[in-house]
Design a protein around this ligand. Structure first.
Ligand SMILES: [Zn+2]
Length: 232
């Protein structure tokens, strides 16, 4: 019987320069987390493959980096800015093979820059910042983890205000939950509690019971943490 490889090659087309390239993906049966944190960060045992290392596609030709959540539209004037800041001085490099953590970290930073210049949806940028924070968590680098968690928090707040999560994998309830949970992790307890309450009292609450139950639990955790800090 043929041994199933953990990786397969995904054929892609660069959304900036239209050139074809390939990038590796991890087969789902090789990436089963043994634990998922309250902000949905998955943890993998050694020997398992972290699919988040391969979430970002980096075009080897022009350096434009994007996830599958990026739209193909470039608002007027953004292509010129991207040419000026990224693709115009890109030295050809290939991120399409097995990635180590350093390559993965770099791929996210490239995609956050490319997405910001392209004026990609805040919900999409938030997802990139959050996944990058998770990679730093797996490296026990709490300073960088906090830095990108803070950026994810700002982007989710902006996304909520502009409702730009519509058409992405995020629902309004999930955006509100993430604002609450990331605020809690940043030590902003008052804000965390108010956002968990927004989830619990939301008009769509009955359709997303799992999210509501998580908000109730994290509300309780936040109140407990706040109380403990107040007592010190
Ligand atoms: Zn390209």
């Amino acid at each position: 019987m043929q041994q199933l490889e953990p990786f397969y090659e995904k054929k892609l087309t660069c959304i900036f320069c239209d050139k074809p390239f390939t990038s590796l993906r991890v087969r789902s049966r090789f990436s089963i987390p043994y634990q998922v944190d309250s902000d949905f960060c998955p943890h993998y045992r050694e020997g398992n493959y972290d699919p988040h290392l391969y979430f970002v596609n980096v075009c080897p030709e022009c350096g434009f980096s994007f996830s599958e959540e990026f739209s193909k539209q470039f608002p007027k004037g953004t292509k010129e800015i991207i040419r000026d800041q990224i693709t115009g001085h890109w030295t050809k490099r290939n991120f399409g093979q097995v990635r180590d953590i350093q390559h993965a970290l770099e791929s996210y930073k490239l995609a956050i820059l490319a997405g910001s210049l392209k004026k990609e949806k805040n919900a999409v940028l938030a997802g990139l910042c959050l996944r990058l924070a998770w990679l730093y968590r797996s490296e026990n680098n709490s300073e960088q983890e906090k830095r990108f968690m803070g950026m994810a928090l700002n982007a989710y707040e902006e996304s909520f205000v502009l409702s730009d999560f519509v058409g992405t994998s995020m629902s309004e309830l999930k955006v509100l939950f993430m604002i609450g949970e990331l605020s809690r992790r940043m030590g902003e307890y008052q804000k965390a509690v108010s956002y968990f309450s927004k989830v619990i009292q939301h008009k769509d609450a009955k359709d997303e019971q799992k999210m509501v139950n998580m908000a109730r639990e994290q509300w309780r955790v936040t109140v407990e943490e706040k109380r403990q800090i107040g007592e010190e």
